[in-house]
Design a protein around this ligand. Structure first.
Ligand code: OGA
Ligand code: NI
Length: 365
């Protein structure tokens, strides 16, 4: 058995995509080849950001701390428009330290460049997904994505288990911990804006998430170079199952694509921006005023890509349903209640599958 193959309750031996990429093969194995309808049409050749075409809205949160009511109202309105129109936006001057963002990304890049034997100590299993992983979903024979990842919990604190965090590189715990604290702070600020935009009290959405008992976890995605990027995806099309995602993208390498009608828009991040998107749980709580939008990741042959996806989720054991304030005889509840624990089981069994799951919750009216 080579060091890149382990079992641990997965349906098949796990192959690290990074090992495949490093082996220098010219053709990707069949199980990474997507059906033609799912393949990306146009891979940026130089794997660099082009400035042509559309981009998701860019919002400057600087206006929120200016003390100027007009500016605050303008930022709040921009968030409202972005949530309704795109389900995605990027934000700058958001209060998270830019140096910390850079350090966090670099610490994780270093982790992925450690020798494989060291990384294997953190190999994850489908029981909790914590640790170093190379697939979502446990369906035997599934077509896989061209990426590895690391998954860990921050909240609730009962699930935060630093023994499952990497202990190398040095000082990574502090960076990972502080990053989590600051990003939770930003998520809380955005939750208040969303509440106001939905016509609710500032704390309503947070309370609907379970107050202080919300969940927060991180998935660090590592997309190795790929010799045939036009045949595969780094991450298949999906909507995020949780509440809201705060993504720190790679600053140099494009990859994230957001669905816009029949098109896929390649996101061009602003320096030190976070990319924010609405997850399925906010779609349900807002009774579809805000919708989670499908997205996917393309890979390329010249550069690896690292991204940090921070998921801000409702407490996992309370039923999530459209908020009472948002339903009326003219606007009935569109979804049947489900706890997030139950909801998350689907993606963990079946892997990323577009928006099929939130659609399955639609009440038959
Ligand atoms: C995710 C995700 C996008 C990216 O982890 O859910 O959509 O750019 N990541 O890595
Ligand atoms: Ni996602």
């Amino acid at each position: 058995m080579t060091t890149s193959i382990i079992h641990q309750d997965w349906p098949e031996p796990i192959v690290r995509v990074q090992s495949l990429s490093d082996s220098g093969l010219c053709h990707i194995p069949d199980r990474y080849v997507k059906p033609p309808s799912d393949r990306p049409l146009d891979i940026p050749r130089a794997a660099a950001f082009s400035d042509s075409s559309a981009n998701i809205p860019l919002i400057d949160f600087g206006g929120l701390s200016s003390g100027d009511e007009g500016k605050r109202a303008e930022v709040t309105r921009q968030v409202s428009d972005a949530c309704r129109d795109w389900g995605f936006f990027q934000v700058v001057n958001h209060g998270v330290s830019p140096e910390l963002m850079d350090r966090a990304r670099e610490v994780w890049r270093e982790f992925f460049h450690l020798p494989m034997e060291l990384k294997q100590d953190y190999a994850n299993s489908p029981k909790t997904y914590e640790g170093y992983g190379s697939r979502l979903g446990v369906e035997k024979g599934a077509v896989l994505d061209w990426s590895d990842y690391y998954f860990l919990h921050y909240l609730p604190s009962s699930l935060k288990d630093c023994r499952k965090w990497p202990s190398v590189p040095d000082s990574c715990w502090e960076v990972i911990d502080e990053y989590g604290k600051q990003v939770v702070g930003l998520a809380g600020r955005i939750m208040r804006i969303l509440s106001i935009n939905l016509g609710l009290c500032e704390e309503s959405l947070q309370e609907a998430f379970g107050g202080d008992d919300i969940g927060a976890c991180l998935r660090v995605n590592f997309y190795p170079r790929c010799p045939q990027p036009d045949l595969t995806l780094g991450l298949s099309s999906h909507s995020d199952p949780g509440g809201m995602t705060l993504l720190l993208p790679d600053s140099n390498v494009p990859g994230l694509q957001v669905r816009r009608g029949d098109d896929w828009i390649t996101v061009k991040p602003a320096p030190h921006a976070f990319i924010i998107n609405i997850g399925d749980q906010i779609q349900v709580l807002s009774n579809a005023t805000y919708k989670s939008v499908e997205h996917r990741v393309i890979v390329n042959s010249s550069n690896e890509r690292v991204s940090l996806a921070f998921f801000y989720n409702p407490r996992s054991d309370i039923p999530i349903a459209p908020m009472e304030e948002l339903i009326s005889p003219g606007s009935p509840a569109l979804y049947t209640p489900m706890t997030f624990d139950e909801y998350r089981r689907f993606i963990r069994l079946r892997g990323p599958k577009g928006k099929s799951q939130v659609e399955s919750l639609q009440s038959s009216r």
